[in-house]
Design a binder for this molecule. Structure first.
Ligand code: C2G
Length: 292
């Protein structure tokens, strides 16, 4: 076989090629480097091209994968084992999520969703504060019609979860205008939520605010939407009068009512436990509204 030689146009290294073949411009290393550069500069285009290729060569890909798996079974299994032992908790968590989603159906809870919920509670069991072996607990048990949704799950450690079996959720109620939501609001919502299994927020309507001598910058609809997007809030209901608290306590079988210290002594008459939380100093919607 007759070979020809030509210098690489990039590094000048001599390339030997078959005289029947096309004369190469670059040596193998320079070609690889240029491909890599092209890929990093055209990632989307490259990925799109790759996806199209995979789409058009499904059978070939499948055959190659099966062939590779059959040929490298031992290697694949030992890699899997090595990965498992290196990431036991992570794998267990992914499996728990997978079987949880498969067993219950409903919304699929992704590992990102689950991580966000754990982060919201500082990666600790809501009941005992332990941080290891956190499991998904359905606030309203699935057996009682509870859904597999982000609003119906919370992190509990294995032992608190098993102790909880089928008990009805401990319900917390709080109230407020929550205008221009700030860290003071977030603090009281988080602390309230951690007192029980679900938090219901009574949100003051514009009319009720008038009765309170207050005016909010944001509409009821917007304030409600923001509250409902918070992981701590399970439900938002309108507060239209002072009598509504007793009505909702009855309706939702509320265990505890919470409010900030600026309302201390105002709600001791309520037919459930009343918990007062210290106000978060240095922040208020009035200040944010730029009024004294
Ligand atoms: N809060 C707090 N720290 C702040 C500001 C507010 O802890 N810096 C608390 C309040 O004490 C209240 C809740 O956040 O418990 C909501 O505060 P507002 O939106 O100001 O509620 P308010 O208009 O006072 O309505 O029926 C009771 C009323 O609805 C309470």
């Amino acid at each position: 076989m007759i070979n020809n030689k030509t210098p690489c146009q990039d590094c000048n290294n001599i390339i030997i090629y078959n005289h029947n073949g096309t004369k190469p411009m670059f040596c193998r290393n320079c070609k690889l480097r240029k491909n890599r550069e092209w890929y990093y500069n055209n990632k989307d285009k490259a990925n799109k091209k790759h996806k199209e290729w995979l789409e058009n060569n499904k059978k070939r890909v499948k055959d190659t994968t099966i062939k590779y798996r059959n040929k490298n079974r031992e290697k694949i299994n030992s890699n899997k084992r090595a990965y498992y032992y290196k990431n036991i908790n992570k794998v267990r968590e992914i499996n728990r999520l997978y079987y949880n989603n498969r067993r219950i159906g409903g919304d699929e809870i992704t590992s990102d969703d689950w991580q966000k919920i754990k982060d919201a509670y500082d990666n600790r069991c809501i009941k005992c504060g332990k941080s290891n072996n956190l499991t998904i607990d359905h606030i309203i048990p699935v057996s009682k019609g509870g859904k597999n949704s982000i609003k119906n799950i919370q992190p509990l450690c294995q032992s608190c979860n098993s102790k909880k079996y089928n008990k009805y959720p401990k319900t917390i109620l709080t109230a407020g205008t929550f205008d221009l939501l700030h860290k003071g609001h977030i603090n009281i919502l988080k602390k309230s939520r951690m007192l029980g299994d679900r938090l219901i927020v009574m949100l003051s309507t514009e009319d009720f605010n008038k009765k309170k001598g207050k005016k909010s910058l944001m509409s009821y609809k917007d304030r409600k939407q923001i509250l409902e997007s918070l992981v701590y809030v399970n439900k938002v209901v309108p507060e239209t009068s002072w009598e509504d608290k007793a009505y909702y306590i009855e309706k939702f079988n509320v265990n505890t009512f919470t409010i900030g210290s600026d309302w201390e002594g105002h709600f001791d008459y309520l037919p459930c436990e009343v918990v007062i939380f210290p106000r978060t100093e240095g922040v208020s919607s009035t200040k944010l509204r730029g009024k004294k």
